[in-house]
Design a protein around this ligand. Structure first.
Ligand code: GN1
Ligand code: MG
Length: 337
């Protein structure tokens, strides 16, 4: 696969001088992300969109435009995409790939370890994000259909097991047994949705802690980034993914499962903040919210395991067996929760 790109031409399409330098940024598993510097200062973020996964780029960017407009009007710092010089759209096609450029959000940083104070701030920020976007629920398309639908993830998992494309199923007895023995419990929200008990809300759907920008001293959430997956979902998505990453004692791919535990004090603080700002919650949602962390650790285990069984076709991996290490880490976390 080609991994050097004609950055000068791509950046030129957005009106950026070819003298800018481009360096890899972040640890996303789907898109390729770079920071663009001019005179040694970060100015833009360049991204190649993974169109194998985000196949409807038009809907993707239509959603993002609506989300960023709404957040900006509410006075929030949010992503700002540059228009293409020739088409005015916020993405371009170049040599069969899709590219986009955002302003770099200065005076911000990501944090890998939260404490109860930052967890509470983040809970508030997530609740506020969902509350501000609730009015545009009807206008947003489902960019990745059934993205956080547990029944769908389990269907994909069972298909993968049946196909056994990479010949790996035989070595996965324990992991497969864990998934199957918890499948009924994990799919309760989908049944409640069909029964009309739970509604869909506008969720970010990827609130892992690395998708939140904090102020330089780490004390406040400056912006919620990575808006590709903002779409209608059951309410568990955001607190689930946040707790899965932020309330875990390790990274999501820690090989030593003995180090993995759920930090209850982070859960308590984040939930307290969230409940202050998520003003739209129904009584049923409030009652079931405590199941969100387990549900998302479990869902991520199912997704990593499915990808491992399929021969690592979805998530970017750094070494052979990475998806299995990730699976075991998420199962250890789910058990700890
Ligand atoms: C992917 O691209 P990234 O790293 O922000 C994935 C999320 C997973 C996450 C696990 C579109 O997010 O759903 O939770 O990896 N995004 C997509 O780290 O599948
Ligand atoms: Mg991301």
């Amino acid at each position: 696969m080609k991994n050097t790109f004609d950055f000068a031409t791509i950046l030129g399409s957005f009106g950026i001088a070819p003298t800018a330098t481009v360096k890899p940024l972040g640890d996303g598993l789907i898109n390729h992300t770079y920071v663009v510097e001019t005179d040694g200062e970060p100015k833009y973020v360049l991204q190649q969109v993974n169109t194998d996964i985000f196949s409807n780029v038009e809907m993707l960017h239509d959603n993002i435009d609506k989300v960023t407009d709404t957040l900006r009007k509410a006075g929030k710092t949010t992503l700002h995409f540059l228009p293409s010089v020739s088409t005015g759209k916020t993405y371009i096609e170049h040599e069969g790939r899709t590219w986009r450029v955002m302003d770099y959000i200065a005076d911000s940083r990501t944090i890998s370890e939260v404490n109860p104070v930052t967890a509470r701030m983040t809970g508030r920020a997530i609740g506020e994000f969902e509350t501000l976007l609730a009015p545009i629920a009807e206008e947003l398309g489902e960019t990745l259909p059934r993205f956080h639908d547990m029944e769908y993830r389990l269907e994909q998992f069972e298909d993968a097991v049946a196909r056994d494309a990479a010949g790996r199923v035989a070595e996965l007895g324990e992991e497969i047994a864990y998934v199957r023995s918890n499948a009924n419990r994990a799919t309760e929200p989908e049944r409640l949705y069909r029964a009309g008990v739970l509604p869909k809300r506008v969720c970010h759907c990827d609130t892992k802690v690395s998708n939140l920008l904090f102020t330089p001293d780490g004390s406040e959430v400056k912006a919620v980034i990575d808006l590709d997956t903002v779409m209608p979902s059951l309410v568990f998505s955001d607190m689930g993914d946040f707790m899965r990453t932020a309330a875990c004692t390790t990274a999501e791919d820690e090989p030593d499962t003995n180090k993995i535990a759920f930090r209850r004090e982070i859960y308590d603080a984040a939930m307290e903040g969230y409940l202050e700002t998520a003003t739209f919650l129904s009584a049923d949602e409030r009652r079931l919210l405590p199941t969100a962390p387990w549900r998302f650790a479990y869902m991520q285990a199912v997704r990593f395991l499915t990808d491992y069984i399929n021969g690592d076709t979805y998530y970017r991996t750094a070494y052979p067996g990475h998806n299995l290490v990730r699976t075991r880490a998420q199962i250890a976390l789910a058990k700890s929760i």
